[in-house]
Write a protein that binds this ligand. Structure first.
Ligand SMILES: Nc1ncnc2c1ncn2[C@@H]1O[C@H](COP(=O)(O)OP(=O)(O)OP(=O)(O)O)[C@@H](O)[C@H]1O
Length: 624
């Protein structure tokens, strides 16, 4: 770990200057989000708020000798006015700062949403470094504490402090001479440097534990979410989860505590001693000053208070420091996320709109790996003729879902190519290609929305097609469910909402299928179904062939299933094994060939027979 290590002085200075510049650039970038007018107005208020205590200090010092003799001099009224102004400005500073943070954060959230939902590829989002950054930005906005907006707010608030310091140094010079002013200024800036540096290192340290904090957050979510509650209770995992939480938490908190001593300990003592010496020198020069009488009293009073103001630079500024360090870290994370995306977008900038395939989609020697040197797809050759059905089978982990993601342009192949009517998929804009797809993923989503939206999500621009939604529901055997629901299509499909209804696993799968059908109804011409019947009962599965597959006749389809009853009637069945297509043909051809497919089919058919379960229905005539 390199947190806070000592280095050569010129290097340290250069690094700090570089950091300050970077921070200033970031703050300037955020200004337009808040609006130049609001920022200028806030700065003006901070400047006045910084001047007010200095005026108060001078006013009280000047008034003191006359107040002692029973008079109420004008200087006293000036001091009172400065004090009242300070009280009035404090809430105004707060309101203006909050407004700045609100505007900046709204813009940053918009940037974040655009990035995650629109620009980022799935492969990009799956990178661990990207996931860490995303969690960091997400955390900032979730807890709404140290966001980019608060960084700008905190940065601007420093103005009041520095104006105050400037005033104090000028007063010190006036009251006790230039050397006292210099000593006071040096004491303040050294103390400030100590604080700021410790805070900066602490921020970097905090950030470096992001992966560990992400693990802790996951365990905490497991322990508290209703999603996992059922399994955790029935498996008796509560104790284990608590231990895991404690271990994971200690794994980053203990090193953090150790580093905290190093970050705040010795360097801070050094800075504090230097600051104390500076203040002491300034005070000595004050005491040593020339004149006597009332003017001496005023000078000493001004100078002592000015030294105190300088010394206050050695403490943390709650309105700025934490906000600046952590809020800026959140903004840096957002910028780094965007930089990653820009890198990827550079390669896709001049892509063209993808047409619907007219002849075929072909994989030629496609390779793909999630980790270098471990290809999941290793030279896949496969043609999907338009308007035909292909079933893809293979053991768990063979790479079937990965192949689908490459087909849909979610991942780009590392080698080889996917072509659409002979044109490389890489030349098409991925979103436009994906619009031709109706996909039901294995881990399809159960949207906590109403029934209509759960189906219409397949082609959301046709959300007002209630007739189509009802037809899709009927086609997947959910017509009865619709009749049961008092709110009909408006029924929320979650118990978390008043009047909502939870569905069974099989019913949810049918909803996902209805979504795909709705997409086909509205023009999707490539249908991909990954394990479409895994949660359906035997009758539901049979109905799947009789109705659903008929309805998608003419569509180019790819179905993945471990259930042979689901795949056997496809126009063509292909086996993915060892990263490549090892067998291809109709069910009868593959059974006759006696290869992997025949063996797998045999095992499954025998198991059905042994269990006394119904045999695979004869579904000749149905198409995938
Ligand atoms: N996002 C990912 N990051 C890294 N590795 C992955 C990822 N997704 C899948 N893998 C790995 O790639 C391999 C193929 O996974 P894939 O999901 O494509 O298999 P599959 O044939 O669809 O399996 P199943 O039949 O179990 O659904 C597996 O070894 C899996 O661990």
């Amino acid at each position: 770990m390199t947190h806070g290590g000592a280095g050569r002085l010129p290097d340290l200075v250069r690094e700090r200057v570089h950091r300050r510049r970077a921070a200033a650039r970031q703050m300037l970038e955020l200004v337009p989000y808040a609006g130049a007018g609001l920022v200028a107005g806030t700065l003006a208020v901070h400047v006045v708020a910084g001047v007010a205590p200095v005026v108060f200090l001078v006013g009280t010092a000047l008034a003191l000798p006359q107040v002692v003799s029973g008079a109420l001099p004008p200087a006293l009224w000036v001091a009172i006015a400065a004090f009242l102004l300070q009280q009035v400005l404090a809430p105004l500073q707060l309101v203006l700062s909050r407004e700045i943070a609100r505007r900046v954060d709204a813009a940053c959230i918009e940037r974040l949403t655009r990035f995650t939902l629109d620009e980022a590829t799935l492969a990009g989002l799956e990178r661990p470094d990207v996931a860490d950054r995303l969690t960091q930005v997400d955390e900032a906005f979730e807890q709404w504490t140290w966001t980019p907006g608060t960084a700008l707010e905190g940065g601007l608030a420093l103005t009041a402090r520095y104006v105050q310091l400037g005033g104090a140094v000028v007063l010190l010079g006036w009251a006790a001479g230039p050397w006292a002013a210099l000593a006071g200024a040096v004491a303040a800036l050294v103390a400030r440097q100590g604080q700021a540096e410790a805070f900066h290192r602490w921020g970097a340290l905090w950030e470096s534990f992001q992966p560990a904090r992400r693990r802790v957050a996951y365990v905490r979510e497991l322990a508290t979410s209703t999603r996992a509650a059922k399994e955790i209770r029935t498996l008796g995992l509560v104790g284990w989860l608590q231990d895991r939480f404690a271990t994971e938490t200690r794994s980053w908190l203990e090193p953090l505590w150790t580093w905290r001593r190093r970050v705040y300990g010795a360097p801070f003592v050094g800075h504090a001693i230097a600051a104390l010496l500076g203040s002491a020198v300034a005070l000595l020069l004050v005491v040593d000053g020339g004149t006597d009488g009332a003017s001496r009293l005023v000078a000493v009073s001004v100078a002592v208070q000015a030294v105190v103001l300088c010394a206050r630079f050695g403490v943390m500024f709650p309105e700025s420091d934490i906000k600046l360090v952590y809020g800026r870290a959140a903004y840096t994370a957002l910028q780094e996320l965007e930089a990653t995306i820009r890198e990827q977008a550079g390669a896709t900038a001049d892509r063209v709109e993808a047409p619907a395939p007219a002849r075929d989609v072909t994989f030629s020697g496609v390779t793909f790996s999630y980790r270098p040197g471990r290809p999941v797809l290793d030279g896949v050759d496969l043609t999907l003729p338009v308007g035909t059905s292909t079933a893809l089978i293979g053991v768990n982990g063979a790479g079937k879902s990965t192949l689908v993601k490459v087909l849909a342009g979610i991942y780009a192949p590392d080698g080889g190519s996917v072509t659409v009517d002979g044109v490389d998929l890489a030349t098409f804009e991925p979103r436009s290609w994906q619009r031709h797809f109706a996909v039901t993923f294995q881990d399809f989503l159960r949207y906590e929305l109403d029934l209509r939206d759960n189906v219409a999500m397949g082609a959301i621009s046709h959300r007002d097609d209630d007739e189509g939604v009802v037809a899709a529901l009927a086609q997947v055997g959910l017509g009865g469910l619709l009749d049961e629901l008092p709110l009909g299509l408006d029924s929320p499909l979650t118990r978390a909402v008043e009047g909502g209804r939870e569905l069974s696993g099989g019913q949810w799968q049918r909803i996902a299928l209805a979504r795909a059908l709705f997409a086909v109804r509205h023009g999707a011409s490539v249908l991909v179904l990954d394990e479409p019947t895994s949660q359906l009962d035997a009758r539901g599965e049979a109905e799947f062939y009789d109705t659903f597959l008929e309805l998608t006749r003419g569509v180019t389809s790819l179905v993945i299933s471990h259930r042979f009853s689901t795949v056997r009637n496809a126009d063509r069945i292909v086996v993915l094994d060892g990263g490549g297509i090892t067998e291809a043909g109709t069910h009868d051809e593959l059974v006759a060939a006696g290869g992997v497919y025949a063996q797998m089919f045999d095992v499954q058919a025998r198991r059905f027979a042994d269990d006394g379960a119904p045999h695979v229905p004869d579904l000749k005539g149905a198409t995938l």
